[in-house]
Design a protein around this ligand. Structure first.
Ligand code: GFB
Length: 317
């Protein structure tokens, strides 16, 4: 079905999850679009509460929605809280998507994740790899909720004609990431650990697992730019990947972080922690063909994130 472009200027645009890493990057990027940005704090609107979500949509009447709200976490948090990762993410997606339909939202963009693809998908992973094999067990709960979300968008397009789209980003990092050593993702946790080791004069940093898994890291400001680009100009039933174009091993990531931070000690591996998927590299040829490219290189992005972390970590004013 051919869809019209969706210019953001003058529109009422709701960013669900505006205090998270992705939502806050969207707010920074949308500041350049002369739209009216709508947000709701978690204390005022629980997105798992269907009636509350419907009331909020009826009162605020958004025309565009970025669905960036989710319960997220790294490999350990996913495996430790399967029920919350499945239930919360299913409820958030179902409530926001259904309220958007009922209130006549013209365009909605749903944020998924590269973990929706099978554990042993061909690399780089094209969008067509979806549901072609078993998922990675350490994050299958989150992945199943994200697959349900993208399928809701597809079903609502088919049955109701809604212009709802889905994007699948690579592993993200940047300002407002979760730097907690237990619940965070690899890049933020390794950055926090390495910075602490340097500050405290310790000569060892722990890497979970073998250090061999490969991941693709995309700066969240690049993701926000791609999401706004796609919201304005792209529409299709199937999801679209957003990546950085290359991956590296977790050990090489740890070495790069150490170099940036100035940590000269050694790494110790903890084999009791899971490796997860051996590799996650997205095939972004669909997005490249539309003319979008990431701008922030990994080294530059980690330097900037490190500066952000040093001024924002607990205990800093
Ligand atoms: O980023 P991460 O937690 O998640 O872990 P996934 C990536 C890799 O880094 C794994 C290793 O092999 C970890 O064992 N790693 C090494 C560490 N040291 C650390 C550390 O200190 N902390 C963490 N967290 N990892 C996530 C999914 O998978 O990907 C989410 O769990 C989401 O659902 C996200 O989809 C994009 O990349 O394995």
């Amino acid at each position: 079905m051919k869809r019209d472009p969706f210019p953001l200027a003058g529109r009422r645009v709701y960013v669900a999850g505006h205090r998270g890493m992705v939502g806050s990057a969207l707010l920074r990027r949308l500041a350049r679009e002369s739209c009216t940005i709508l947000t709701a704090r978690r204390e005022a609107l629980d997105l798992r509460d269907q009636a509350a979500v419907h009331r909020w949509f009826e009162a605020e009447r958004p025309e565009g929605v970025f669905l960036a709200a989710a319960r997220v976490g790294g490999i350990y948090a996913n495996a430790a809280h399967p029920a919350e990762f499945l239930y919360d993410n299913l409820a958030i997606a179902a409530n926001v998507i259904e309220a958007s339909r009922r209130c006549g939202v013209e365009k909605l963009l749903f944020l998924g994740s590269s973990c929706i693809y099978p554990r042993l998908a061909p690399q780089p992973m094209p969008e067509s790899a979806l549901l072609s094999g078993p998922l990675e067990p350490t994050n299958e709960w989150y992945a199943i909720a994200k697959i349900a979300g993208l399928k809701l968008c597809e079903a609502y397009r088919r049955q109701y004609g809604c212009d709802f789209i889905s994007v699948m980003p690579a592993n993200l990092y940047g300002p407002n990431d979760n730097f907690d050593l237990t619940s965070g993702h690899a890049l933020a946790a390794l950055l926090a650990k390495t910075d602490a080791a340097r500050r405290e004069g310790r000569d060892e940093v722990e890497i979970w697992g073998s250090g061999r898994p490969r991941r693709e890291f995309l700066h969240v400001d690049d993701l926000a730019d791609a999401a706004v680009f796609l919201m304005k100009s792209w529409s299709a039933d199937e999801p679209i990947n957003i990546g950085a174009g290359s991956d590296l091993s977790i050990l090489d990531l740890a070495r790069l972080i150490a170099e940036i931070i100035g940590f000269k000690g050694r790494f110790r591996f903890d084999p009791s922690k899971p490796d997860g998927t051996p590799q996650k590299l997205l095939d972004c040829s669909k997005l490249s063909a539309l003319g979008w490219r990431p701008r922030i290189g990994l080294e530059e992005g980690i330097r900037e994130t490190c500066e952000w972390y040093r001024t924002h970590r607990p205990g800093q004013s």
